[in-house]
Design a protein. Structure first.
Length: 222
């Protein structure tokens, strides 16, 4: 299986634009809709938000469906782009991202009953559905972090991509794996998670966004 330079350029543009669109959708779905809806540790406030603005659940589900479809597309595009760097590792990175997309789809299932707000009259039940989504998504993000570690290694191995970009992606992968593994195994991690994410969220986002910009501007060019 061979890839021409023109195809590499096309895949770089596809991956870069998809990553940027994904960031926008995640900002709407999680940064706005979910964080408006979900008040951590406060079941009654969350229930009031849900009753006042049930359409927020639609925004969360719709945008995250868009994100997981883009994840499938990005996995394929990055596989094609990095094929000549290391065919087996580029396939591994793609498969990890595709499995993560499946896990994200499964994580959305607890939100589906909330789409019919008239049937959700119990505050504890609403909170349980939202927290089930968070737990399942957090588990998937461990795998996403492993994907970033493989992707970062591919970037470091490539002679045409700046090494600092690979280091940023590796750092983001380490953060995803560390934070979400701790979320799964440490009982009171929620006490510290907000502070940790406040410190690490910017450099975590910077890794993929920097890669997206580089792919669009320089990817596949001589």
């Amino acid at each position: 299986m061979g890839f021409t330079k023109n195809r590499e350029r096309s895949m770089a543009l596809l991956a870069g634009s998809s990553l940027i669109l994904m960031a926008l959708l995640a900002g709407i779905g999680y940064g706005y809709a979910f964080e408006t809806l979900y008040v951590e540790g406060d079941t009654w406030a969350t229930f009031q938000q849900f009753k006042q603005a049930p359409s927020l659940v639609y925004w969360v589900v719709a945008t995250f469906v868009g994100v997981l479809l883009l994840d499938v597309l990005v996995g394929w595009a990055l596989y094609s782009f990095f094929y000549r760097t290391h065919s087996h590792l580029s396939m591994l990175a793609a498969v990890l991202r595709w499995v993560y997309a499946l896990m994200l789809g499964a994580a959305l299932l607890p939100l589906l009953p909330l789409l019919d707000a008239t049937k959700m009259q119990n505050a504890a039940e609403v909170m349980a559905h939202l927290e089930d989504f968070l737990r399942a998504w957090s588990l998937g993000l461990i795998l996403f972090g492993v994907h970033l570690l493989v992707l970062g290694y591919l970037i470091l191995k490539s002679p045409k991509i700046p090494k600092w970009l690979g280091l940023l992606v590796v750092f983001a992968g380490v953060c995803y794996v560390g934070i979400h593994t701790a979320q799964q195994v440490i009982a009171n991690f929620e006490v510290y998670r907000g502070q940790i994410e406040a410190i690490l969220s910017a450099p975590m986002a910077l890794g993929e966004l920097s890669l997206a910009v580089w792919l669009m501007v320089r990817g596949g060019k001589e």
